[in-house]
Design a protein around this ligand. Structure first.
Ligand code: GLU
Length: 498
């Protein structure tokens, strides 16, 4: 064994700072649960002024997805999750992609074999399958645990493929601390001699994460509670190497309902899906952070936080043991608030792609529509159905002209539109103020409440009972020619029904 090499690895490990890592497998999308893990991991590091490391766990070659690493980068960036070390920017303990660390795992597995904490297992597939078929816990029966050196040499000489398994002590128990779940003790005889290195030479997740977390100096390991039951095995590995054990922070799953985890396969949205559904990244980040974590003290009742504010107050003690239920309506509530809080310019920027798709008539100024829909959206997808009438006046019933509060009916609406038409025809320039003053002036001249004029005009130009914006805004946006055409149509439609 090259003692010096191992010493060099130890010497590289940064000391004296909080170091956390997000370690996604490149699947091509970001689960809500994974995003939450990334956020908690990042928040712990930023809160402590420590380092946040991005590591790509790609040892499961069967599950590789093209372009998936780029999706991870893009998603994290969009969420404001910045990394201090990672595959693209390097760092003191790289490489940060597991397949590029292949040699490390082999060396440490070898070290473990020499320490007597791991062994080569030459069992073939047929034997393992028959073990599995016999039932039991599905665990390995330890057939190769005590092969003699001569037996091992012989198999190696014959080139029999092998895996390396962890040699779990048969007696005693293992105890570990989790910051969320407390003290957990398991009997060692319930733990399986898990595979550490597969026959293709690549490590299993269970081995690679221990080696990497140690070599990267990770002080706080944040991950899903599905890994809780494996933690004792990891601890036995740390102990065998004589390494310090990191602080574990296992997080309960994000659920679709009381009984089911969120699952992309069952149609639950990923982060990317939520963005496509018209949610703002900031709203998703805020809401997802609160799924299973609550602020305490003076912020206990507060709901809205920027990422910076979250980093200031985040504490591991606020993470809940109970699973959190993802509630799309609650997310909509967060999103509506975020949309409303945007500056008009930022909202316009966010809304423009949706407006461009929904309104295609040339000459319509979308920047005038944006402020009208801003207070009326829960998601950006709510924009299109509200603005469809700009392109095309929908067929509508004259009943729309009847409004109790406005004191309008079909007959007085017809009268109003007939009076409005020449006034607007004469209008120049066609500006908001000019239209406003003309319509209000007309109401005053007739000693009518404004609504008696505004309601029929709004109805005639939109054909809808509810619109973003009132008569004046709609006329301004539609332009003179189209406004007059729609008012003429309204008049014709009302006359016809008389
Ligand atoms: N690659 C693992 C996953 O995506 C990471 C688990 C961990 O953070 O340790 O689930």
């Amino acid at each position: 064994m090259d003692q010096k090499w191992f010493e060099d690895q130890e010497a590289r490990i940064p000391q004296g700072e909080i170091r956390t890592r997000f370690a996604p497998s490149p699947t091509g999308y970001m689960h809500v649960g994974n995003l939450r893990t990334a956020l908690y991991t990042w928040l712990i590091a930023r809160h402590a002024g420590g380092k946040f490391i991005l590591r790509i766990e790609d040892t499961d070659q069967g599950r590789l997805v093209e372009g998936a690493v780029e999706v991870i980068y893009a998603t994290l960036r969009k969420c404001g999750i910045t990394w201090d070390e990672g595959p693209d920017i390097g760092g003191p303990v790289g490489p940060y992609i597991q397949t590029e660390r292949r040699d490390f795992y082999g060396k440490y597995a070898q070290l473990l074999v020499e320490k007597g904490a791991a062994y080569r297992c030459f069992c073939d597939k047929a034997r393992l399958e028959s073990l599995h078929a016999q039932g039991g816990l599905g665990g390995y029966d330890g057939h190769c645990r005590d092969l003699t050196a001569a037996e091992i040499d012989e198999k190696l000489a014959q080139g029999v493929p092998y895996v390396i398994r962890q040699k779990i002590p048969r007696e005693g128990s293992t105890t570990f601390e989790d910051a969320v779940f407390g003290t957990i003790t398991v009997e060692n005889n319930t733990l399986d001699d898990q595979v550490l290195i597969k026959s293709d030479g690549l490590p299993t997740y269970n081995f690679a994460n221990v080696i990497d977390d140690h070599l990267m100096g990770i002080t706080h390991v944040v991950r899903g509670s599905e890994y809780l039951s494996s933690a004792p095995k990891y601890n036995l590995l740390y102990e065998a190497f004589g390494w310090p054990i990191p602080t574990y922070i296992h997080c309960s799953p994000v659920m679709r309902d009381a009984n089911n985890k969120m699952s992309k396969r069952h149609g639950d949205p990923s982060y990317e899906d939520l963005i496509a559904m018209g949610f703002l990244s900031e709203a998703v980040v805020n809401y997802v952070t609160l799924l299973g974590w609550s602020p305490r003290g003076k912020d206990a009742e507060r709901e809205f936080f920027s990422l910076k504010e979250l980093a200031d107050i985040f504490d591991v003690g606020g993470i809940s043991k109970s699973p959190a239920i993802f509630d799309l309506d609650k997310l909509k509530y967060f999103n509506a608030n975020y949309l409303r809080a945007l500056s008009p310019e930022d909202f316009c920027k966010a809304a423009l792609p949706y407006l461009d798709q929904a309104v295609t008539t040339p000459g319509i100024d979308k920047t005038l529509i944006a402020p009208l829909v801003q207070p009326r959206c829960e998601t950006l997808l709510d924009i299109a159905p509200q603005v469809d009438f700009f392109d095309q006046l929908p067929p509508y019933s004259n009943d729309l002209y009847c409004h109790k509060k406005m004191k309008t009916d079909k007959a007085n609406s017809l009268e109003a539109l007939e009076k409005v038409l020449p006034v607007l025809e004469a209008l120049d320039p066609w500006s908001y103020d000019a239209i406003h003053d003309a319509l209000v002036g007309l109401a005053q001249a007739q000693a009518l409440k404004n609504g008696r004029i505004m309601w029929p005009v709004r109805t005639a130009v939109s054909g809808k009972a509810v619109t973003p914006g009132g008569a004046v805004e709609l006329c301004q946006i539609l332009g003179k020619q189209e406004t007059l055409r729609r008012i003429q149509l309204g008049i014709a439609q009302l006359r016809q029904a008389e």
